[in-house]
Design a protein around this ligand. Sequence first.
Ligand code: SAM
Length: 268
Amino acid sequence: MRQDWGDEKFVHYWKGYVGTARASPSDLKFIKKKILEKGKDVKILILGATVEYRELCGKLGIDVTLIDYSRYNYEYLKREIKHKPKERFVEGDWLTTLLNEKFDIILADNVINVLMKGDLEKLCLNVSKMLKKNGIFMPRTYVRNKNERYTGEKVIKEHRRQGKRDFYTWTIRNLFISAYNPKEDYIIIKDVWNILIDLYNKKLINKKELDVYRKLSMKDREFKFFIPERKYLDKTFLKFFNIKEIFYGKEEYLKGNLPLHVLNHKNR
Ligand SMILES: C[S@@+](CC[C@H](N)C(=O)[O-])C[C@H]1O[C@@H](n2cnc3c(N)ncnc32)[C@H](O)[C@@H]1O
């Protein structure tokens, strides 16, 4: 199901999504190392139009191919990139678009999270067909633990206990979990906003804190976000790939909740 990334121009608000929503400096350092290990002729495919990955390839002088079903988003996000790489853009769907070539590295930032659970295997199958024999697939994904539960109140209480830290960076992931519908296995973004309004009405957060989230345009947004259970994600990956390595970004706010998998072909 195509979500509203393009149609409702969610991309216009993307610059407000920072912290856990973006590959962190340590994630990027790790990815850079993997790219350099493959040598200067490395062939890279980015699923999506991720600014940080494009910037990294631009700095390294490496050409990239990108698949995204929204050319608009791809063009729009260019404005955030200082060092633009030479890019080949393919307007297509990660689940069905099969390029007639194979890649050394396939990067996917928060890609699984914007798909639905039932699409995960389709993604893995399609990606595996575009991966070279020695290639690596590196998805970075928000995960949750089995039976992990939060309420808005608990998120705020924990945050206050930790002392003064950037409100958004330190609360967004757990607010996602507090709005999570485990039966459907997704959150609807507008439910996160409703939790924030409730917290504001109960005077548990102030106007300034609410306004940080207001900028993200979550109100009335029907966008669905899938946060797989950690073990489920690994189990599904293992049907298609070997898990060579799992890197956890070193920034404290990531708290081990955004693994960056390094996957290779099963027969390796
Ligand atoms: C990768 S996601 C999450 C944000 C991501 N980290 C980034 O910076 O772009 C956002 C992008 O995915 C694209 N997208 C979502 N589902 C897609 C699909 N099934 N096939 C191709 N592109 C898709 C949207 O058009 C949007 O540009």
